[in-house]
Structures are given as C-alpha cells and as structure tokens.
Design a protein around this ligand. Structure first.
Ligand code: SF4
Length: 207
C-alpha cells in the first residue's frame, strides 16, 4: 500500500460513510452510521468490497469531519468497517465519537493490533490472514463466515480464543447461501452455543 497515513489517526482513508441499519450480527436491526475505511490486505476471494482494498483510491479525510458527519444523525452508534479498519490507529476517531455520546462498534478481521475505544467489537476472522492472538479476548461477538463445510471446524477453533461471554455467530457467505444455510441450521441445532447471522441488509435492499 503506497498511501502514507499519519500515525496519530487524525487522517483516515475514507471510502464511504452512510446512515443505515446494521444488517448482521449482534446489533442487527439497529440504526447506525457506517464509516468504511479503505485498505485491506487480507485477500478473501469472496470479498464483496474489493474496491476497498487499495487505500490510495480513497481520500484522506480528517477524523473531525467524519465525527461531525456522524453527529448529524439521530442513531447514536457508528460501525467502523472496511477494508480492514485496524490497519489504522483508531484511538483519536473513537475517543472523539464517544465524547459526543456516540457508541463505537467495529467490524474487523483482527489481522492488526487493536487500537481505539470500543463499545462493541465484532471479530470476523479470515483464513487468509490470521487474527492477532490477543484480540479474541476483547471481542463481544465472533462472526464466522461459512463458505464451505470445513468452516465449521475452523469456527470452533476460533471459539476457543474468545472470552466466555462472547456471542458466537455463523453467517453464510452470500454467494453460497443456498448451499450453506441448511448446513448452518443443522449445525446450530446440534451446537446451540452458536447462532445464525444473516446479511439482512441485502434482503432489505439497503447498503
Ligand atoms: S477482510 Fe473484509 S475487506 Fe478484507 S478482503 Fe476479507 S472480506 Fe474483504
């Protein structure tokens, strides 16, 4: 990645931001302001935001501006996603959001060390670049994308790395949904510590 981003986290490559409904995981159904940062080197072949990968395509934007934009909306929660948002130092952005009473949620593969102050961490580990080991203990939810049958065993291996209270979700990869949903249903019935997460925003036709 050629983009030089200041290490203090005041400038971040912003791909898009929008007010919508969180479609998946623990906060599914809640209004939230999405902040999508550019840059990801995890390389999931089924990634549905490949245009986020090259950070240099996305304008460096001052965190104060992002906070001011988020403040305009009645839903007082943000979801910081990507790309892989933990490539960047998120301390400044998240502390400024929290100062204004805005809850901070993150969606991360965990491939980079944790920064930022979080009200909720969704860890969604990927096979293509392992999460840093310590991050599992901070996760409020573990969300594993199921692309094929072997992903159930892989999900269990990651469930060992999170704290006892962490919510556990299995979510079908969108293009494999028809094939994977019946398997996930059977798996959750047999292993009820897991719950099903669906990308409901795709059914609702919202971003
Ligand atoms: S970690 Fe997320 S943004 Fe990065 S390649 Fe995988 S699905 Fe895409």
């Amino acid at each position: 990645m050629s983009l030089q981003v200041p290490e203090d986290g005041t400038l971040l490559p912003l791909m898009e931001e929008f007010y919508t409904i969180q479609g998946e995981g623990y906060h599914s159904g809640k209004a939230a302001y999405f902040i999508r940062l550019g840059g990801c080197d995890v390389g999931c072949h089924w990634c549905d935001v490949k245009e986020s990968w090259d950070a240099s395509l996305h304008p460096l934007t001052h965190a104060d501006q992002i906070v001011a934009n988020a403040e305009q909306y009645p839903g007082k929660a943000v979801v910081i996603t990507g790309g892989e948002p933990l490539i960047y130092n998120l301390d400044y952005l998240t502390s400024e959001l929290q100062k204004r009473g805005i809850k901070t949620f993150i969606e991360t593969s965990g491939a980079y060390p944790l920064s930022g102050q979080w009200d909720w961490i969704c860890l969604s580990p990927k096979k293509f670049k392992s999460p840093v080991p310590s991050i599992g203990q901070h996760a409020g939810e573990l969300k594993v994308i199921v692309f094929n049958k072997s992903d159930f065993a892989w999900a269990e291996s990651h469930a060992q790395l999170v704290s006892p209270g962490c919510k556990l979700y299995l979510q079908p990869e969108w293009s494999k949904s028809q094939e994977m949903i019946p398997l996930i249903i059977d798996y959750v019935k047999e292993n009820p510590k897991w719950e099903i997460s669906l990308q409901t925003h795709k059914f609702l036709n919202i971003p």
